[in-house]
Design a protein around this ligand. Structure first.
Ligand code: SR1
Ligand code: MG
Length: 422
């Protein structure tokens, strides 16, 4: 049967029949239903009690196709089950940063979840130049907790292996393998280029052997390194914020993959915001430098905070369980050496994935508003070239950076380059 998106009457009748949701909405006779899905995959509705609008939930349904493209790109609807399972898992580990799932229906591929009515999508907030004082602290906590507690550093080996197998998400991983790691580096019909983007910038993505090797290594890691349960699509459109709170939404791409993929996704999107701020700041009549500085500080706080919190969780766990991951190690000196090595490798992975994520948003199919909303074609292309140049350096030099400050210094240098340099 052909899929039909739910209308207001269908949803009202359906939600009235779910006791847990009826209790949250109060009277379900009169509901206001607004479709707000601006995402690429699903239908999303805000549903509120018409007489008490503060009683409100979000309903999300997966159609059997990719919404961005339509029925010509079929997708199985089981992605909703991955999303529900991941929200529940992450919610158990980090309840303060994950919305609550109130109800899930595996026949309609639909879920009802907490409405975050005083929060804004982070990408939008960053485009408006809003400062979120707790962002770096919250996101580093979210990353450290989800990535540590779903890994072999914490879980018993058989539990981890069962979890890996239950979270296999081949269809959505294939989208990432194609759209993030493959098509942007080919002459692929799904790519699109801004009109003023210089030819050399595109050619480079296809012909630089050092870059292609680096991207291939990241693709290999993405496909083979089942380190922890990832969100899998942790860009700034998957984060909702206000001054006090930060929530991570939309983990339908969740699977067991390399930890650096999630960390790199957040950093990549902060760097896209950083480079594009040059235009948005000036357009708003401000000196873009102040907000750019704040964006770089968030990147530093997220990486440094994540590394510190992750290592502390690891140390606490080993000291409580009186067992080291590496085996007997009476004074823990070798364990500490391994931890240092582990974080160094994770940092290099993070930078490599961030590079891929930035490139795909410039030349690939699904772009980001902070770049596409720049109406001045020459200015947009200049910013895009800076993003590509920075991303390439992240990928190719990822093992050579000695800490996040060096990376941020590079961002400042690339961000200050004039058109003739880029
Ligand atoms: C074809 S779907 C395009 C993108 O939207 C999602 O948010 C993922 O990033 C995916 O690659
Ligand atoms: Mg999404």
């Amino acid at each position: 049967m052909e899929f039909e998106a739910l209308n207001s009457a269908d949803l009202t009748a359906y939600l009235g029949g779910v006791p847990a949701v009826r209790a949250l909405l109060g009277n379900t006779d009169e509901l206001d239903v607004v479709e707000v899905g601006d995402g690429n995959l699903n239908f999303v509705y805000f549903v509120s009690n018409a007489r008490a609008p503060e009683k409100s939930v979000v309903v999300k349904q997966a159609p059997p196709f990719l919404r961005l493209v339509g029925t010509s790109w079929p997708l199985t609807r089981q992605r909703m089950e991955h999303e529900v399972a991941a929200l529940r898992r992450f919610g158990a580990l980090c309840p303060q940063h994950v919305p609550e799932v109130y109800h899930a229906d595996s026949e309609l591929f639909l879920m009802v979840m907490q409405r975050l009515s005083s929060h804004k999508i982070l990408r939008q907030g960053l485009m408006e130049g809003i400062v979120y004082p707790k962002l770096g602290d919250h996101l580093s906590t979210y990353l450290a907790h989800t990535l540590f507690f779903c890994s072999d550093l914490f879980l018993a080996p058989h539990v981890k292996k069962e979890a890996v197998s239950a979270a296999v998400n081949s269809e959505l991983c294939k989208i990432t393998e194609d759209l993030v790691f493959t098509y942007p580096f080919e002459d692929h019909p799904s790519n699109s280029y801004s009109p003023a983007l210089p030819r050399f910038a595109v050619e480079r993505l296809r012909t630089s052997a050092a870059l292609r090797i680096a991207v291939a290594e990241m693709k290999w890691a993405f496909m083979n390194h089942a380190e922890s349960l990832l969100h899998g699509d942790l860009h700034t459109g998957s984060i909702m914020v206000n001054e006090d709170e930060t929530f991570v939404i939309d983990p339908e791409f969740a699977f067991y993959g390399p930890m650096g993929f999630d960390v790199g996704a957040i950093l990549a999107n902060l760097w896209l915001a950083y480079f594009s701020r040059d235009w948005h700041g000036r357009a708003g009549g401000e000196n873009p430098g102040h907000y750019q500085q704040w964006l770089l500080e968030q990147a530093a706080q997220i990486w440094n905070g994540f590394a510190e919190k992750f290592l502390n969780l690891w140390r606490d766990h080993e000291s409580r369980s009186k067992q080291h991951f590496i085996g007997e190690d009476p004074d823990a000196a070798c364990s500490e050496a391994f931890r240092t090595h582990f974080v160094r490798r994770l940092f290099a992975d993070t930078l490599g994935f961030a590079g891929c994520k930035m490139i795909r948003r410039i030349v690939g199919m699904a772009k980001v508003a902070e770049i596409t909303s720049i109406p001045d074609e020459a200015a947009r292309a200049e910013i895009e070239v800076r993003c590509l140049r920075f991303a390439e350096a992240l990928l190719v030099q990822r093992q050579r950076f000695d800490g996040i400050d060096e990376v941020l210094a590079l961002a400042r240098t690339v961000g200050a380059q004039s058109e003739d340099c880029v």
